[in-house]
Each structure stands twice: as C-alpha cells, then as structure tokens.
Design a protein around this ligand. Sequence first.
Ligand code: KG4
Ligand code: ZN
Length: 357
Amino acid sequence: MLVLGIESSCDETAAAVIEDGRSIKSSIIASQVETHAPFGGVVPELASREHLDRIVPVVKSALSEAGVSIGRLDGIAVTKGPGLIGALLVGISFAKSIAYVAGKPVVGVNHIEGHIYSVAFENPPVEYPALALIVSGGHTTLFLIPEEGKYAVLGRTRDDAAGEAYDKVAKLLGLGYPGGPFVDMLAAQGTPSAADLVFTLPRMDTPNLDFSFSGLKTAVLRFVREKGIDPVAVGAEPGRIIKDLAASFQDKVVRSLLSRLKEGVRRHQPRTIIIAGGVACNRELRARSMSEDFGAPVYFPSPKLTTDNAAMIAAAGYPKLLRGEDDGLDITASATLKIENLSLEGYEAPLKARYKH
Ligand code: KG4
Ligand code: ZN
C-alpha cells in the first residue's frame, strides 16, 4: 500500500511516499530555518507564504524520487493539527485537491501522533501497551498507549516544552536558532557538576507525571545576569563557564524527563517505550535512556526522522487508510488538536490487571 504524506504544520514543508507503513520510498523536507533564524523563532505569516511556494515542488519531488505517479497511490495522509493555522491550511488544501482530482482517500493526521509513528521505520513493530514520551519545540507529553490508536495523557508540561526551554536558553546565550543542537553540542564539552549549584530539578510531587521547565530557564537567566555574561561574546567563542552551564542545564532536563518516564514505566509496565520529537535528537537523552533498564525496549526515530517530516505523517495515516477511512473534503485545520481519546480515570486499575506480565 503506497501512502503520500504531507506535513506543513510549522516551519518545514515536507512530503514522503511510504510503502506498507514501514518502508520509506522518498522523504523530502524543505526547511525554513534560514527564514526564521533572524527572528529567533517561527514567524507564522512568513511560514504560510513559504509553504505556499514550496508545497508543489516538494510533493512533486517526493513522487518522482519514489518513482510513483499520483494514480498509483492508495491514499494520502496530511497533518491537520496542532500547529499554525495558516501553515496547516496549505498542506490540507493541497492534499484535498489531489485526493479530489485523483479520486483517492485522504485522512487527516495529528502531528503528535505522527511523531509517535516516527519510530515505525527502523525498529521492530511497537508492542502494546506502550509509553510514548514526545519531546519537541511545542510539546512535552508522556502518553500511555494501551492499544494502537488509543492515547491517555500521563503527564505534560505545565509551562515551557523541553525544546522551547532549549531554544530560550540558547537565545539567552546568543547561540543561534533552533537552540537545541547548539546547547547539546556545548554540553558535551562541559561538566554538569561545575555549575550544578545554580540549578535544581523542579519538584513535582503530584500523582500525575507533569513536567516544568520554566524555572530552570529562569535560573539560567539569573545566572547569566549575575555573572554578567554577554551573549554576543558567547556566540563568537563559548568559554568554559558556558559549556558547564549547558551541561548542567542539559543534565537537569534529561533527568527530569527520565524521572517521569521511569515512574510511568513502573506504573504501567509497557512492552515498548517510544521517545520521539525534535528533542529526541539529544545525545544525552539517547545515551541515558538506552542505558536504563526499563524492562522494555526503547525505540527512537533515526535523527533524520526526529524533527518534522512527512514520512511519520504517512505512517500514522497508514492504519487509518488500511481500515478504509476517508475524511474527504471534511478535513479542517485545528491549531490545538488533541490526540488523547482515553481518560486515565478508572482506567489505571483495570489496565494493570489486563496487562500484567
Ligand atoms: O519536533 P520538532 O522538529 O518541531 C516541533 O514539532 O516542535 O522539534 C524542534 C525542537 C526545537 O526546539 C529544537 O531546539 C529541538 O527540537 N532540538 C533539540 C535537539 N535537536 C533539536 N533539543 C535538544 N537537543 C538536540 N540535539
Ligand atoms: Zn513536530
């Protein structure tokens, strides 16, 4: 089954053709990073315009690289949210037009569900129940997935997303945008304990597994001000103190993510653990989670599938298309689309009994 995926929720225009949900025939990503970098973040109006310019050539390249004509497609999957409304509408309108003209089924896909399916390509099939930690620029959420397509939220960030905290800290230090890769690289050259006293892990003794990163970001800001650190000078040549600061910040973020994940694993004994979203590129998060004994395998997407792409959208649409779903012309964009379709309330106890192993 050949599925064309289309993604345009933020600052990447992407299209991909995948076969049978697990094999990538092509994956084209046109990044707008250079357009938004001078502003230190995504400018929605510029994003929509650039998607409009790129969508046709990107989809054409995906089809030609896969050697597939529109007529041979079995269906189309397109991101319908969450994301920037104007940006989403470009992908949705284009996907609907192709589907209408070619008489193909089209399904709307949740972007976060796409990130969850980004592990479909280079790992064994996911076994359920699964836990998914989605860490990106816009989201930090821990999901329980008792069976395919069913999502309950175990915890989410109460303020900044993990990637957002990385981006803000990088901006404070004049390190460029998006900041995660820069902080990650510097952290590898620093010693976390050197600046350790400055940052403490947020305490969240609540039954749910929520995250919080804004306190950590504020602590970095205070540190930068107290030490009189000049971001312009740092951007040119980061010194020892910046490397230690990056290492300390990263250590706290990763520890905070893993502590919630471990507690989720203890409570729900999953058969697979998924860590995905842009921050899943992080060297430290990968290394530490691979060395943990969770009692279940940890699946990461490969680095090129970690940030936004359309292969993951096609993979998430595949089971829907396989079931014969067709959203047709009814797909609408939703900036705040949720994927949770299960409440944890009253679900935890039966779940434990059902899946004890
Ligand atoms: O999933 P993604 O491409 O877009 C969203 O849906 O948000 O994630 C982008 C985020 C950015 O905040 C970026 O700084 C972060 O992922 N990121 C990283 C790393 N690479 C990308 N954060 C930490 N370490 C990295 N190596
Ligand atoms: Zn994303």
